[in-house]
Design a protein around this ligand. Structure first.
Ligand SMILES: [Zn+2]
Length: 422
């Protein structure tokens, strides 16, 4: 045995286990493994989960905040305008340098799978070419899925359909779309139909930005669900954002959730971006503008939480950490019940792993030894502290390590170490 991790807490277990790793795979998981291994690490009761999966992010725009200007109004549309200006100055090296940095942040946060959208409304394909090269460069550390994302529309941008096909021919993994941004409802419907049909034709997964608006009349998810069912493409299609669902009347939302379930759509919510982008046209009261996560989760629909942005025209903060997005969703989505918080961990690990199509995922004997150790004793503490990731292990190798902080307080002439644990 190469490595033995002692005293790990798995999900909601109230007892600790040892985890043995041989030949890059989990070889034993039980209390008190007798074998000493070549190396032993005592995790001292820290919470351990499978690696995080970043199922929705825009790596091509990462770290461009303020270039050429900041988003002062804060809306999605102003962000798209700013990006459209920045896009004119993109070079392959510029994209690669920013993406390398952002992906290393993701790895440090325990992420080993990333699905990135890349804007293909650019005949030079500078960003896409850069991402295709980075995918190879990072392959031993991050499994990168690239989505051909038509940021300015498929039918509202010159030669949009041709650009989508060309992007897929270059080796892109997933077909994207953006029906609510097309100029007319009719073009939005065509956008969703085109994406599912191109995905099916090429045997690729589909992931659309869809109904990302506060307009309760934006109803493209129903088209996506219907096309998925008609094409018998169940489970292969993802609907990202779907914030308009927040504003639908309950009778319509109830009907729609039934079609989403039947189509086995994977749903993705992005609390960091959408908590700042939505309801910018409301006075008071201001809507929260997120999709109906609790209701979908209760129905057994696969819902994931992701970052969306890392310091770009839509969201000025972020550090490539889905746990931070989950922390925000405790508040924004009122997921503060014990079981709800435990579900949030699934929404950044096993749920997005399913959407990603990850194979051999999870801490089980025989699977690749991939895991993340949080510097916190339980899953709830990990969320509460948005704790640092103590260790990130892939194929049995440590690929990131964060040394724990140490805070000391000085009172009454005495020094005391503070740990922020109950
Ligand atoms: Zn997005």
């Amino acid at each position: 045995m190469e490595l033995v991790l002692r005293n790990a807490r798995l999900h909601d277990n109230d007892y600790l286990v040892d985890i043995g790793i041989s030949d890059g795979k989990f070889s034993e998981i039980k209390k008190n493994i007798a074998d000493k291994g070549d190396e032993e690490i005592d995790l001292k009761g820290r919470f351990v989960s499978p690696p995080l999966v970043e199922i929705h992010v825009h790596m091509d725009a990462a770290l461009t905040v303020g270039e050429p200007r900041y988003n002062l109004g804060g809306s999605l549309l102003e962000g798209i305008d700013i990006w459209s200006e920045r896009k004119k100055t993109l070079t392959k090296e510029d994209v690669k340098n920013r993406v390398r940095k952002a992906l290393k942040w993701e790895i440090s946060n325990g992420v080993t799978r990333v699905r990135t959208h890349v804007d293909v409304c650019d005949p030079s394909f500078n960003a896409l070419n850069a991402l295709l090269e980075i995918k190879k460069e990072f392959k031993d550390y991050i499994d990168l899925q690239i989505v051909a994302f038509p940021q300015e529309g498929i039918f509202s941008y010159p030669d949009g359909e041709e650009l989508m096909r060309k992007a897929m021919e270059k080796g892109t993994d997933v077909v994207g779309g953006i029906p609510h941004y097309e100029w007319t409802r009719e073009d939005g419907v065509k956008d969703a139909i085109f994406a599912v049909s191109l995905g099916k034709e090429l045997g690729k997964m589909v992931d659309l930005h869809i109904d990302e608006t506060d307009d309760e009349h934006s109803r493209f998810v129903e088209v996506l669900a219907a096309e998925t069912i008609k094409n018998n493409y169940l489970g292969k299609v993802t609907a990202s954002h779907t914030t308009a669902m927040h504003s639908y009347n309950n009778a319509y939302a109830f009907k729609l959730l039934g079609w989403i379930k039947k189509a086995e759509l994977n749903m993705v919510t992005n609390p960091l971006d959408n908590s700042v982008l939505q309801a910018r046209f409301d006075t008071y009261p201001k809507r929260r503008g997120h999709t109906r996560v609790k209701e979908m989760d209760a129905m057994g629909i696969n819902v994931s939480i992701a970052d969306d942005s890392i310091m770009d025209p839509w969201y000025p903060l972020g550090l490539g950490d889905p746990l931070q997005a989950a922390f925000v969703f405790v508040h924004y989505g009122q997921m503060s019940g014990y079981n709800e918080m435990m579900r949030l961990i699934e929404m950044i690990t096993t749920n997005p792993a399913k959407t990603f199509g990850a194979k051999d995922y999870g801490i089980k004997v025989g699977n690749p030894a991939d895991l993340v150790v949080f510097d916190a004793p339980t899953a709830i503490d990990a969320i509460r502290l948005v704790s640092r990731r103590y260790l990130v292990i892939k194929n049995g190798n440590i690929i990131a390590q964060t040394k724990p902080y140490e805070t000391n307080i000085f009172m009454d002439g005495k020094e005391e170490k503070i740990d922020f644990i109950k």
